[in-house]
Ligand binder design. Sequence first.
Ligand SMILES: [Ca+2]
Ligand SMILES: [Ca+2]
Length: 401
Amino acid sequence: MMTQPIPKTSPTRQKKNVPWFFLATVFLAIALGYSIYSVPTYPVAQASKRENSKSLEDSTTLDRTGGFQKTTLSATPKPVDAPEGMVWIPGGEFSMGSDTACESLCSISGVTQDAVPIHRVAVDGFWMDATEVTNEQFAAFVKATGYVTVAEQTPTAEEFPGAPPENLVAGSTIFAPTVGPVELDNYFQWWSYVHGANWMHPEGPDSSIRGREKYPVVHIAYEDAVAYANWAGKRLPTEAEWEFAARGGEAGKLYTWGDELTVDGKYQANIYQGKFPVENGDAGLDGFKGIAPVAQYAPNGFGLYDTAGNVWEIVNDWYQPDYYVRLAAQGAVSKNPRGPDSSFDPAEPTEKKRVHRGGSFLCTDQYCTRYMVGTRGKGEHRTASNHVGFRCVKDVSDSTQ
Ligand SMILES: [Ca+2]
Ligand SMILES: [Ca+2]
């Protein structure tokens, strides 16, 4: 596939009453970049590093280099009658975040900038989907409700005043590998905004999800995930719940399965091997070039599949790069933290972003190692792409009613 620069005349959806030229030349780039920051882009990563460093430098008394302590699990008995497809996460207390030693594992620095310091967090027990939400699960929701995702909605002239009508098209962002090797300094080289791309047409209007019932649903914006969760009687996890669950009861491991990327020579998650982002560059040494059906690798200690890799998972927290710094500064165990009250990223202060976790099938040690369990991602909340999905959780009180 030829590289298709993201058309500068395509709309984004996240802002109203913004001059069209501004949207076209700046916002689109930033918004799509943020979706893509889930595969962090070089310019975004650099900008974030610069800004984040400043905010983190302001806190000079904190230990940023380590400090994982033992995970303790709640003694509360596991409730009976597990909801279908969900596993019990017992709750407890753990060390959350990332060690700066992880920086050396990625060719591009900044991976742990927003994931330090390691800080102590306690969460209550909850049920969690064992897998990412699949196409067939999302289809059941749409069939029952008639729900229309953000990517299927045609942007309006009111939303984007001044936009040429031909540019007001529904669509989403798709990874488009380059013909040959490129410098990893411009993500426009490998992402396209594609008219007609949505959860039912994940690679564009000519594609379908037929035969992909067990694949994770993609092209999901935050509000789409929330709508599904509400329908299912569930909710999105907090970032703390997600990381506690992903660690599987272990403490301070680099990955959800341990400290080595492969076990007996075998990959433990669907990520990306080979030259990024080149056409046919993904060697698929983990068994999959591109997205995979859910649950193709061993589950973690709690029975969760694919918390690392396959698709990024939207969590409920707003994104702020120094949130962990502020929690740690409180000097106590943070109980059930729910994230900051609003989104703020100094690098793109006008964008509203939710936290994404776990990395995707596009994460590679050349560009993004955020399949490491303690690291964080982020995405503009109304922008979707073909490597971001979600999973849900359910409180005990909800499952016993
Ligand atoms: Ca793979
Ligand atoms: Ca995942």
